[in-house]
Design a protein around this ligand. Structure first.
Ligand code: NAG
Ligand code: NAG
Ligand code: NAG
Ligand code: NAG
Ligand code: NAG
Ligand code: NAG
Length: 292
């Protein structure tokens, strides 16, 4: 081919290709399954911090640096220690770092979960930690000691439903925390567990699919599961540097450096009739087309 043809190819590439091809520049080592603390072989929707953002859903970033595996919820300052992961059942057991490290935290804040990603499960119950309460005798409620700024005040740990009780002490601070109902009822109420223990046992959250059910097919087709921030959805990142909704087209697997796909026929400049554009790879599966 002469240089004119190359020029035309180049022109067509920069003009039209970016409209329907997205280059993710995914390297061979990116987004590999990973171990994080005691949890083995994790992959999408989880992402290990340090890997590119697109390897996981933004709600599932794991900090694997310490023995405690921590999950960082997007745009939220609270950190949660992960006690258990059940990827098939789509549940996590987590505990708030601040409150399980110290039941008298320096700053008080209610537990915040991004409810568009996670929901509580039926094993949870909402409880309240109450600080700076009136002194006095409240025999129906279990108090715990809490010293903040060297000042010791009465604190109580109750179920949310008990807050309505007319005989309840009045408190300056209330912190709403989800707990495992079992830990509270059979542990704390029977005084087998202390409030710290109940906090350390955490609570359970569930999520609905972030596209991870498509992940196996994607991996089998030599793709990598990830999250495309431009469409806010699961995508299968393929060796042809395209992102597909389901899996990689089978004929791209053995051609890692595929030439840029030709523009749609109507865009080909009519005067160049010596170019034989390679037809775009036909999609094997319905809906399996590159991201627009
Ligand atoms: C792709 O990644 C490689 C290695 O990380 C880097 O050298 C290169 O500049 C990147 N290319 C683009 C287009 O981002
Ligand atoms: C909650 O998650 C949704 C979906 O990922 C996201 O768009 C939103 O920004 C998140 N909100 C916060 C406060 O992180
Ligand atoms: C937690 O939420 C409750 C109401 O749900 C509110 O009364 C309380 O002030 C909040 N606590 C903090 C520390 O923000
Ligand atoms: C959580 O949300 C999903 C979908 O939104 C729903 O299917 C599931 O039943 C919910 N789980 C709980 C415990 O509310
Ligand atoms: C509650 O807050 C008020 C005002 O800050 C303070 O005067 C009072 O001592 C607090 N009560 C307790 C029990 O700490
Ligand atoms: C708390 O008390 C200890 C000893 O009783 C003292 O050394 C410390 O300075 C006090 N801290 C504050 C914040 O008052």
């Amino acid at each position: 081919m002469n240089s004119f043809v190359y020029l035309v190819y180049f022109f067509l590439f920069i003009t039209f290709v970016p409209n329907y091809v997205k280059c993710f520049n995914i390297s061979a080592n990116d987004c590999a399954p990973f171990d994080c603390g005691k949890f083995k072989d994790l992959h999408y929707p989880f992402r290990k911090i340090g890997e590119p953002n697109f390897c996981g859903h933004p709600g599932f970033s794991l900090d694997c640096q310490s023995d405690d595996v921590q999950i960082l919820f997007e745009e939220m300052s609270q950190r949660f220690r992960i006690l258990d992961i059940n990827p098939k059942g789509r549940t996590l057991k987590i505990a708030r770092m601040d409150i399980s490290d110290s039941i008298c935290p320096e700053k008080f804040s209610n537990s915040s979960l991004n409810s568009s990603i996670f929901n509580y499960t039926e094993k949870d119950k909402m409880a309240a930690l109450l600080y700076e309460c009136d002194e006095g005798d409240f025999p129906f409620f279990i108090s715990f000691p809490c010293t903040v700024n060297n000042i010791s005040t009465s604190s109580y740990f109750v179920m949310e439903t008990e807050l309505d009780s007319p005989i309840f002490p009045s408190c300056n601070v209330s912190v709403m925390v989800p707990v495992m109902e079992k830990s509270f009822k059979t542990g704390f109420m029977s005084q087998k567990l202390k409030v710290d223990d109940v906090m350390e046992e955490g609570f359970e959250v569930g999520w609905s699919s972030m596209g991870e059910d498509k992940c196996e097919d994607c991996i089998l087709s030599s793709g990598k599961c990830g999250f495309d921030f431009s469409v806010n959805e699961f995508r299968c990142f393929c060796p042809d540097d395209n992102a597909y909704a389901l899996s990689c087209p089978s004929n791209t697997i053995s051609i890692p450096q595929q030439p840029p796909p030709p523009p749609p026929p109507q865009l080909v400049v009519p005067t160049i009739d010596n170019i034989e554009p390679i037809e775009p790879a036909p999609s094997e599966t319905a809906g399996n087309s590159p991201t627009l």
